[in-house]
Design a binder for this molecule. Structure first.
Ligand code: C2E
Ligand code: MG
Ligand code: MG
Ligand code: MG
Length: 288
């Protein structure tokens, strides 16, 4: 009997559910406006070489400050944008923004942009990316695209074809959040990822869990065999850093080194870095 009534009718008489879905619809409308008005911004978090400590890339992370509700985390508004058909528009706008910021940075620094699996479904992603590179003047080899396992389960053939096209342009393809969710070793059989980002959950436990350390070491070994760099994300303590370096991770990212920075802060950080290395060169040439 309860079944006959169906879930829909239960939902209609549940005032809490009703309020939740009203809130959601409002947030959806606000997001639509924010995307149209260009109110979704980017912050940038550096990724360092584990060998030299230099910044080798910078990951672009989306931020939305809601006019009334304040900051809404990307874990909330990115899935919302995916559900209400906004992600392609938003994704392209953010890619464009990241590339136009990155042209001002030293050419040794790449910019990493996160892609939603849904951005692969249109079939013209590589064309979109190519025209963004052309418009902004960013060299293809300075762009990295971060993808998650989620993308591979939807439309395997199309996805790998698009990845091939993007990689042929000179763009680096990174596997993000590796080791959690549905990520599978078989992806490495299908596609030569340039780098793998080990999920923060392994980094969190590397100093306390033998299993976490073993997993990180195994992924590093896989990377060495297949020529993929291994990035550890979410590094918060020096102890974690030492363990990750000992395990052989090639790159490190996390609050220990830097929180995500605004464009202006990142400009300053990178120009200081640039000036410092120029100073170094000047010192060396003065000695000669
Ligand atoms: P992600 O791509 O795996 O990004 C890493 C997340 O970890 C970021 O959270 C970053 O701020 C956070 N993080 C970095 N270092 C540390 C640390 O040391 N400690 C802790 N506790 N956190 C750290 P954020 O910015 O909230 O982004 C969450 C997720 O939202 C991202 O995970 C990504 O999946 C998604 N996202 C963010 N920006 C975009 C975007 O522009 N497009 C798409 N499609 N997804 C995005
Ligand atoms: Mg990422
Ligand atoms: Mg990640
Ligand atoms: Mg993540």
């Amino acid at each position: 009997r309860a079944k006959e009534r169906g879930r829909g009718s239960v939902c209609c008489f549940d005032p809490e559910m009703d309020e939740a879905s009203r809130d959601r619809r409002t947030l959806e409308a606000d997001l639509r406006t924010a995307v149209a008005d260009g109110d979704i911004k980017l912050v940038y978090q550096p990724v360092l070489s584990a060998l030299t400590g230099e910044i080798t890339s910078v990951e672009a992370l989306a931020r939305w400050s809601h006019p009334k509700k304040g900051p809404i985390p990307p874990d909330v508004f990115i899935p919302l944008a995916e559900e209400c058909g906004l992600i392609r528009t938003l994704g392209e706008a953010l890619l464009r923004l990241a590339c136009s910021d990155a042209v001002w940075w030293p050419s040794s620094v790449r910019v990493a942009v996160n892609l939603s699996p849904l951005q692969f479904q249109s079939g013209d992603l590589s064309q979109t990316v190519e025209s963004v590179l052309q418009d902004t003047g960013l060299a293809a080899n300075r762009l990295q695209l971060e993808v998650t396992e989620g993308l591979v389960i939807r439309d395997v053939e199309r996805t790998f074809m698009e990845l091939e096209r993007l990689r042929a342009l000179g763009i680096q393809i990174l596997m993000d959040d590796f080791g959690v969710g549905y990520s599978s070793l078989s992806y490495f059989q299908r596609f030569p990822f340039d780098k793998v980002k080990i999920d923060k959950s392994f980094v969190d436990h590397i100093t306390t869990s033998r299993a976490s350390r073993a997993i990180v070491q195994a992924v590093v070994g896989l990377g060495e065999q297949l020529g993929m760099g291994i990035v550890a994300e979410g590094v918060e303590t020096e102890e974690q850093m030492h363990a990750l370096v000992a395990a052989g991770c090639t790159h490190l990212q996390g609050y220990l080194f830097s929180k995500p920075l605004t464009t202006i802060e990142m400009d300053e950080r990178l120009s200081a870095l640039h000036d410092a290395s120029l100073d170094g060169i000047r010192r060396i040439s003065a000695q000669a």
